[in-house]
Design a binder for this molecule. Structure first.
Ligand code: IPD
Length: 309
């Protein structure tokens, strides 16, 4: 019921805030971080300790629910129809270990000054925790928290999406036209698979999207966090997110937030309007008149060079 969902949402927010403090207190470094599949698939002790904290708490409070976490994922596991919490303890681990500031002038920026006490430690980064509840594989609660920017994106299915609890998403007119790719800002990520068919599709399409003679969109952004890309599309900072290769934990929470903000999610591959949360291919479009959303999805599909496997 909605009341139960509200309670779960509040608990996920509590865990996200706790995790955020763990990120702020950590002292990660690119040199000491570990890697998983390959040398660009990074993990830190903070990823592991946040996941442990979150999953232990959820298991204690909701013993009948399933748990899926990025760091404890067993390859090949599929989601069941049982309500499942999905946790990405740190999305944007590469930004986290390099300490990439989003703000170019943190010392003089009013927003940074207001939000952070220790600017050098806390220079805003594009990093977050992403927590979702999915039921029958549909995301019904999403919580994405970036502690460096103090931005909390949340949604409960049927109850709208919010920034910092009070600002309703999107942050622009829900019906603002999206006239085509040539007026769009598109988020894409490099991902951790750096060769093969999917790499070719990604890079060739990226070039075509940006180039004159192709779609010549306003620009392509690679910000380092798929979850924050989805939230950026939900807010309307970004128009589109297109990705083949990330995982359910990267997008499940953002998916709920985006759809509650009037956005849509299709498959990154042409032709499929009913993508799956664990399908690893996503094309997210911000709120806009439905005709515009459909047209822009079709335009992006037409621009693609090949298909993701
Ligand atoms: C990664 C980020 C990145 C995307 C990768 C993800 P992580 O998540 O979302 O933007 O390109 O595919 O794995 O490893 O930082 O949790």
């Amino acid at each position: 019921t909605l009341a139960e969902h509200q309670q779960i949402h509040d608990f996920l927010v509590e865990l996200a805030l706790r995790a955020g403090q763990m990120m702020l207190d950590a002292n990660p470094s690119a040199a000491t971080s570990g890697s998983k599949k390959n040398s660009v698939d990074l993990v830190t002790d903070t990823d592991k300790s946040i996941e442990k904290m979150v999953l232990t708490n959820l298991k204690y409070k909701y013993p009948n629910y399933d748990l899926l976490g990025e760091e404890s994922y067993i390859p090949g596991r599929k989601l069941s129809d049982v309500p499942t919490f999905i946790c990405d303890p740190i999305d944007g681990t590469i930004n986290f270990v390099h300490g990439v500031p989003v703000c170019n002038t943190p010392d003089s920026c009013g927003f940074c000054k207001e939000k952070q006490e220790k600017l050098t430690d806390y220079a805003q980064q594009n990093v977050c925790i992403s927590l979702a509840l999915v039921i029958n594989k549909i995301p019904v609660i999403g919580v994405v928290y970036n502690p460096f920017q103090n931005r909390l994106f949340t949604a409960i299915k049927g109850k709208g999406a919010y920034l910092n609890r009070t600002e309703r998403l999107p942050l622009r007119d829900r019906n603002e036209p999206l006239p085509g790719l040539n007026k769009a800002l598109v988020a894409i990520e490099w991902g951790s698979e750096r060769k093969g068919n999917n790499w070719d599709v990604r890079t060739k399409t990226m070039v075509k999207l940006a180039s004159q003679g192709g779609s010549m969109c306003h620009s392509v952004r690679c910000q380092g966090s798929a979850a924050l890309d989805m939230c950026g599309v939900a807010a309307g900072f970004l128009d589109i997110f297109w990705e083949g290769g990330c995982w359910a934990w990267d997008v499940a929470a953002g998916w709920c937030i985006l759809t509650e903000a009037g956005g849509i999610v299709a498959d990154a591959n042409p032709g499929n309007w009913k993508p799956s949360v664990e399908g690893r291919r996503y094309l997210a479009v911000r709120s806009a008149p439905p005709g515009d959303q459909i047209a822009v999805v079709e335009e992006l599909w037409d621009t693609m060079e090949g298909r993701f496997e």
